[in-house]
Write a protein that binds this ligand. Structure first.
Ligand SMILES: [Zn+2]
Length: 464
């Protein structure tokens, strides 16, 4: 059955247009090429033929058509891919009726129905006033509220459950979608989210897969925010908040602006920063970084790196550096407690802060020297101890050489010595270190350091 449909979709969806949403394609003769999204590389070996509507990577040998590409990059199976591309091509799938399809489809519909219920409660119910007041206080416009599908959950035990039941959804399905809780000690299901501002969590395609819910009470005991639990629909580590709306802007502006809070991301998008996303807890996971990297390798971090959760944030930054992403730190004027406050007070000020964002390594240098006097020998030592392990995490060898020299100048130590220490640091983490010397009294030596799967990093120095 599907063959004719597949052909029809292929005719309607241009491979270049589709892949351009994920990759930076450049014309190469009659073909197009890009850095492969499926393996790490520094020069592009991923080729696309527009005439033949196929792609192939000469680096990792993956290849295929639009269907295999979407399956691979979105991590979804063939029926889902078919559905996605059919929608895009405006082709009706006669033999693929979503309403009778698998469970996942049913659960997605259920979550969608819940989102509409919450949104309506926000707009129309008397109880929703507390949420409407909060939204006004945060300065969110109607357009933002509707673009993100924000809603309100009644402060009752079964309002949503009863509504969804009347729509034909079973309690167990509702629980599986994360909307109901079944008490451990027995008893019936009840609504998980009660009396809260409901912020939908969308996947990269804009499908609602879960919720984050903010309390509207001053004396909340259940936590300021509660989220949908991990489920077959919602995987926390895969969701970059706001990306479904920001992805094209991230590509166009060639940078993702990252803020801490979900509502902050909405505010930023509303005030002329359409490339804003949020990662809850500020720590990136590998999957989140890979999603962002499809649109740009540049990250602008606009959250307090010294605040709580610094270690988690640091792990995320290390991971991004390992993936060869460029990170800059945005510092807003001190009178504003966070980007949200700064943007709402004066978006132009924040725009200027972005323009003056500093490279993450420059930021490290600044932070590490803040409480030190680099004229004092013990402080020089301390400074070096703080900076070198961070430099060991950089993937780009030109960058490493540049910053080692900077460190050498600052502490007035021979750069060669620092390179040796750096090599030890890298070597000490179980990476193979191989020295190719020529054995003469004066020689150029080359040290090659294997850094994980990123390949060989070469450091050159002259020894006497
Ligand atoms: Zn490849």
């Amino acid at each position: 059955m599907a063959d004719a449909v597949i052909e029809q979709i292929k005719q309607r969806v241009d491979i270049i247009e589709l892949l351009s949403e994920y990759l930076k394609l450049q014309k190469a003769g009659s073909n197009w090429r890009a850095l492969c999204p499926f393996h790490h590389e520094n020069s592009p070996s991923f080729m696309v033929s527009q005439d033949k509507q196929i792609w192939h990577c000469f680096g990792c040998d993956k290849g295929g058509d639009i269907f295999t590409f979407i399956q691979e990059i979105e991590g979804i199976d063939f029926p889902e891919t078919l559905k996605l591309l059919a929608q895009r091509a405006n082709v009706t799938l006669a033999h693929y009726n979503p309403s009778q399809q698998d469970k996942k489809q049913r659960l997605l519909q259920l979550v969608n129905a819940a989102q509409q219920f919450y949104a309506q409660a926000l707009q129309q119910s008397q109880d929703g006033e507390v949420a409407r007041n909060y939204i006004a206080q945060r300065g969110l416009t109607d357009a933002s509220v509707s673009a993100f599908g924000i809603g309100y959950s009644f402060d009752t035990w079964s309002r949503l459950k009863d509504y969804l039941k009347a729509q034909g959804y079973s309690d167990s399905d509702q629980a599986e979608a994360g909307l109901l809780i079944k008490p451990d000690g027995g008893g019936g299901y009840y609504d998980r989210f009660r009396g809260r501002l409901m912020i939908p969590l969308h996947d990269i395609n804009g499908t609602v897969v879960g919720f984050t819910a903010r309390t509207l009470k001053a004396d909340e005991t259940g936590g300021k925010y509660i989220n949908s639990p991990q489920s077959s629909l919602y995987d926390k580590s895969h969701i970059v908040f706001g990306l479904f709306r920001a992805k094209q802007a991230i590509k166009k502006l060639n940078a993702a602006l990252v803020v801490e809070g979900n509502l902050d991301a909405i505010t930023a998008q509303q005030h002329g920063f359409p490339n804003t996303v949020a990662t809850s807890g500020t720590a990136f996971t590998e999957q989140q970084l890979l999603q962002l990297k499809r649109f740009s390798s540049n990250l602008l971090l606009a959250f307090d790196l010294d605040a709580a959760g610094e270690q988690a944030a640091q792990r995320g930054i290390d991971l991004a550096l390992q993936h060869n992403m460029n990170i800059k730190v945005v510092r807003w004027p001190e009178q504003y407690k966070d980007p949200d406050e700064c943007i709402r007070a004066d978006a132009a000020v924040f725009k200027e802060a972005i323009r003056q964002a500093i490279h993450i390594v420059d930021y490290w240098f600044m932070q590490a020297s803040r409480d030190l006097q680099l004229t004092r020998v013990e402080h020089k030592k301390l400074f070096t101890q703080r900076i070198l392990p961070k430099l060991a995490k950089l993937a780009d060898h030109v960058e490493v050489a540049h910053y080692v020299q900077r460190l050498a100048d600052l502490v007035r130590v021979d750069a060669n010595l620092l390179h040796e220490q750096l090599a030890k640091l890298r070597g000490g983490k179980g990476n193979a270190v191989k020295v190719k010397g020529q054995g003469s009294a004066v020689s150029n030596q080359q040290l090659e350091v294997r850094i994980g799967r990123l390949g060989w990093l070469s450091i050159f120095w002259v020894s006497y």
